[in-house]
Design a protein around this ligand. Structure first.
Ligand code: SF4
Length: 319
């Protein structure tokens, strides 16, 4: 039941909040789908989780009864669940955006338009100290200045965060040797995002970025961090076909990389493109599940970032 419910909720992607004040359950983020928007909530049901952006005009309603207990209503669906406290960005993790702005302009990404500042190492350490009950630290970033400068910020942050003795995941745009340097600094997992199903679409969506380099660093990362600890976002809904997305899933799984299948979320240049529909979610979920199993990949072993969170995506093995 959960898989089908989550696909229906993610197809919409938003929720209207009613009932008792739920401010303490709302997360305002500069990363992930909906970055820079009004905020989002994490609805959980029987140990599963979905993140929905808060929007007054949503057809999905969450009525806060009190203490985090909520009734979710969507058409004839009614489910009693909980809202989770987001901690620092997402439940159970301090997921911190180092630089909230970017020199690149991926056509679907709201980050360059947000122009949020770059955090100092002291600010990052303080955020982790204040994050409450967490089991992991995750870092992501836009690119401010040069890619090398941004990598240096991430490395410095990893070194400063080792004091917490928690697994640290890092998702940045790499240069040659990034995987090796992050491994030496003490990161436990990495995510380098291929973003699109095909190189042609990547060229169109992410001008100026080097997909070959991302691929090379992903392969190097698997040798350093091991299977189940290297990830890549593949966004569906950008104009690729199902066959193209399935081929991309097969290819990265064969190389020991777990793909995060991220539904396209209208933003930036592509704000008028629709989100993918329910059938596509389910179809790709089934293929994703089979490809992970065929290659001995286990999402339950992921400790950080989006696969461990599951908020925005369908994650076979956890959903
Ligand atoms: S799935 Fe990733 S982007 Fe979404 S809330 Fe979780 S950590 Fe953030």
């Amino acid at each position: 039941m959960w898989t089908s419910l989550k696909a229906q909720l993610l197809e919409v992607g938003t929720v209207k909040l009613t009932g008792a004040d739920a401010t303490e359950y709302e997360s305002k983020s500069t990363a992930g789908p909906g970055a820079g928007g009004r905020g989002s909530v994490f609805f959980s049901y029987e140990g599963h989780r979905v993140r929905l952006a808060v929007a007054e005009d949503s057809p999905i309603t969450i009525r806060h009864i009190g203490g985090g207990t909520v009734m979710l209503t969507y058409g004839c669906i009614e489910v009693l669940g909980k809202l989770e406290k987001p901690g620092s960005h997402c439940p159970g993790q301090a997921y911190i955006t180092i630089s909230g702005s970017c020199i690149y302009h991926c056509r679907y990404c709201p980050v360059p338009g947000n122009a949020a500042p770059t955090k100092s190492i002291d600010e990052i350490v303080t955020l982790v100290k204040n994050a409450g009950d967490i089991h992991a630290i995750s870092l992501t970033s836009g690119v401010v200045g040069t890619v090398e400068e941004e990598e240096k910020r991430a490395l410095d942050a990893v070194l400063a965060l080792k004091q917490f003795n928690l697994p640290i995941g890092v998702s940045i745009y790499p240069v040659a040797g990034t995987a090796q340097r992050l491994h030496e600094a003490g990161a436990g997992e990495v995510k380098f995002n291929l973003e699109t199903a095909t190189p042609e679409l990547f060229k169109e969506m992410c001008p100026g970025m080097d997909r070959d380099l991302i691929n090379a660093e992903l392969d190097e990362a698997v040798t350093l961090f091991g299977k189940n600890h290297v990830f890549t976002n593949l966004i569906f809904g950008l104009g690729e076909t199902d066959d193209e997305m399935k081929a991309a899933i097969d290819e990265v799984c064969r190389r020991g990389i777990i793909p995060t299948l991220r539904p396209f979320s209208p933003a930036a240049d592509l704000k008028d493109l629709p989100r993918p529909g329910f059938k596509r979610f389910m179809n790709l979920y089934k293929h994703h599940r089979a490809a992970l199993a065929a290659n001995g990949l286990d999402t339950a072993k992921a400790e950080t970032m989006c696969i461990a969170c599951t908020g925005c995506d369908m994650v076979p093995g956890l959903d």
